[in-house]
Design a binder for this molecule. Structure first.
Ligand code: ADP
Length: 612
């Protein structure tokens, strides 16, 4: 076997192999592009196989077989143009002229007989070379407008077309000059082999090559991804993600974000075939992938979703790759890559689309966290402003309210003594009560801001906590009979008397406030090792479990509290916790809704407490 025969053999095997591959693909999914590709390579494979098959069967090459081979070869330019028309716009006039040229070639071959006269040969060669070069340029133009792997595949197909045209041109050299025959047939064989290799790369690139073609765009996309969460809007991030994904595939891409309120995937920038809102449980490919949470490849959108086929065709949506965008358990949406024509994607790309979707999930999740952080910061600033305002207002109110209360109390005393004022006594009494309430509220606000700033002062002195508890019960005059106090021993320790009184008072007042008027509130105080325990138990409305961890926070009121029935602003327990903590102790609550609550306070007895 000569080197030339080897080259010819290899290219023939490649042509046949490509035909088998594309024929299988066309059988699996009968799209126009797949069928046209199969027809092109079918004609090529038959043309190259005819000779060897006849030889194998022992049939000598004759005029008929040569004419059939010539017609098969002449069909190639026309089929090539059909293929180009599947991917790009080819003017109808050009398509018609090419078909006309093919028919003319068939007539020339049949009527002229083999061997053909030189004019006929020149016509056939001219037709072949012009159309295949036109086709090659068409594919080159197509490659210029595409990107990523598609660009390289289109370039390979263009190279194949061009090389075939040139191969025929060179082969023609042998018919024109017999001196060149050996060279030109060798060169054309090599060119044909290169054309075959180009087509393999274009139509069925090995997975590894495909990946290396995808790599630059993918790398660029992943490199940019870290900067994306800081773009000004989510819409801008989505556009960038779509662009990056599209470039990696050499196709277009769209992202649909899940909107739980609308129960739909929201596409701002989808291909025309999709509605802006794709219902969550629908036949749309995106919603199917969102439901299954598994990346899927649909070779033909129209076939996969026939009810919507017209819209896909109108929007030039052919093969579609879709992957779910998910962060942990949070289903964010889907990433869709789509193209007008095959063979742009394959099942190999499933892993890639999932990788891009995962990257999109990271970007979008980071964005959510950034937004959340900004929201928390804004909330903190607003809370700080409110705090500053409340504290400033409380400070300013303190003096006039103290004066008001003092004056009202003097009036109250006078009205008791002076008969002329007696008729005003009830009104004056009301003023005193309300002024006291206001004064207590301002005191609470001031205490709360002191605690917030860590400035609650504790003036320790030796006291008997039991006596303090009994004193509070005594002092709570209006409901004295509802309070049951149980303190057995002397509970001396070094504590701030006023603050411990305030703490017990707050708890007892709450116990009375949040229970029925005839139910009891039990206050106990006892010593356990070096700890002093105080508990305040009521049989009232209780606290819902979800509110339990929050009732000690500022301004928090439980969900079962009707503000019209129970007055309050949610500062008492916050102050109680501040006082307990300033004493090195702690406070907690056990409660069942409808059955009551028990507040516990433990204070470490430092051992310094000695009553005088
Ligand atoms: P306020 O009573 O002014 O609302 P507090 O800080 O004293 O504020 O209490 C915070 C919240 O805790 C109350 O609004 C109420 O929901 C709940 N709470 C406090 N004490 C009791 C109690 N004894 N029984 C039921 N709920 C209580």
């Amino acid at each position: 076997m000569t080197a030339l025969q080897l080259v010819q053999g290899i290219s023939n095997v490649l042509f046949v192999a490509i035909f088998v591959l594309v024929a299988i693909a066309a059988y699996r999914r009968r799209s126009r592009t797949a069928v046209d590709t199969a027809l092109f390579f079918g004609a090529l494979a038959l043309a190259v196989l005819e000779g060897p098959v006849l030889q194998l069967l022992g049939i000598p090459v004759n005029a008929v077989s040569t004419a059939v081979a010539a017609i098969l070869v002449m069909a190639l330019p026309y089929l090539m143009l059909r293929l180009l028309a599947d991917f790009a716009d080819v003017p109808l006039l050009v398509q018609a002229a090419t078909l006309g040229g093919f028919i003319a070639s068939v007539i020339v071959v049949i009527s002229g007989g083999i061997p053909l006269d030189p004019t006929a040969t020149l016509f056939l060669i001219g037709y072949f070379v012009v159309v295949s070069l036109w086709g090659a340029f068409g594919f080159i133009r197509l490659a210029r407008h595409s990107s990523g792997v598609t660009k390289r595949r289109t370039q390979a197909v263009a190279a194949g077309m061009g090389l075939l045209g040139v191969a025929v041109l060179v082969a023609a050299g042998s018919t024109l000059s017999s001196g060149l025959a050996a060279f030109s047939s060798g060169a054309s064989q090599v060119l044909a082999l290169l054309a075959a290799i180009s087509w393999v790369l274009g139509f069925a690139p090995p997975a590894q090559l495909r990946r290396s073609w995808q790599e630059p765009e993918l790398r660029a996309f992943l490199g940019r991804a870290s900067t994306l969460p800081r773009l000004p809007t989510t819409a801008a991030i989505l556009r960038q993600l779509e662009r990056g994904a599209g470039e990696s595939f050499g196709a277009r891409a769209a992202i649909g974000l899940y909107d739980p309120d609308a129960r739909a995937l929201r596409f701002d920038n989808a291909h025309g075939a999709l509605p802006a809102d794709v219902p969550e449980h629908s036949r749309f490919l995106a919603s199917r992938v969102f439901a299954s949470q598994r990346a899927e490849f649909f070779p033909d959108a129209a076939r996969a979703h026939p009810e919507h086929a017209d819209a896909y065709r109108a929007a030039h949506v052919g093969p579609v790759l879709i992957a779910p965008i998910t962060a942990g358990a949070r289903r964010i949406g889907v990433l869709e890559a789509f193209a007008a024509h095959q063979p742009v994607f394959s099942t190999d790309d499933l892993a890639l689309v999932q990788l891009l979707a995962d990257q999109a999930a990271v970007v979008l999740e980071s964005r959510t966290l950034i937004d959340e952080a900004a929201r928390v910061r804004a909330q903190e600033q607003a809370a700080k402003l409110k705090e500053d305002f409340v504290s400033a207002a409380a400070h300013d109110l303190k003096t006039p309210i103290t004066t008001l209360l003092g004056q009202a109390q003097i009036l109250e005393l006078r009205s008791a003594r002076e008969p002329g004022l007696a008729q005003h006594q009830p009104a004056i009494g009301r003023i005193v009560r309300e002024a006291r309430r206001l004064s207590a509220l301002v005191d609470d606000l001031l205490d709360a801001s002191r605690i917030e700033e860590g400035k609650l002062e504790v003036r320790r002195e030796p006291i008997d906590v039991g006596a303090v508890v009994r004193h509070v019960a005594e002092r709570t005059r209006h409901d004295k009979e509802r309070i049951v106090v149980e303190t057995r021993e002397q509970l001396t320790g070094s504590f701030d008397r006023r603050r411990i009184e305030q703490l017990v008072h707050n708890l007892v007042e709450n116990g009375l406030k949040y229970s029925e008027e005839d139910s009891q509130v039990e206050v106990r105080a006892w010593r356990e090792n070096a700890l002093i325990h105080i508990s305040v138990r009521d049989h009232g409305i209780g606290i819902p479990a979800t509110d339990l961890p929050l009732v000690f926070e500022r301004f928090h009121r439980a969900g079962n509290v009707d503000a019209r029935r129970y007055a309050g602003i949610g500062l008492g327990l916050y102050i109680c916790r501040g006082i307990a903590q300033e004493h090195g102790g702690r406070i907690w609550v056990e409660s069942t809704v409808g059955h009551g609550s028990t507040f516990h306070v433990v204070l470490p007895d430092t051992g310094e407490g000695k009553l005088n």
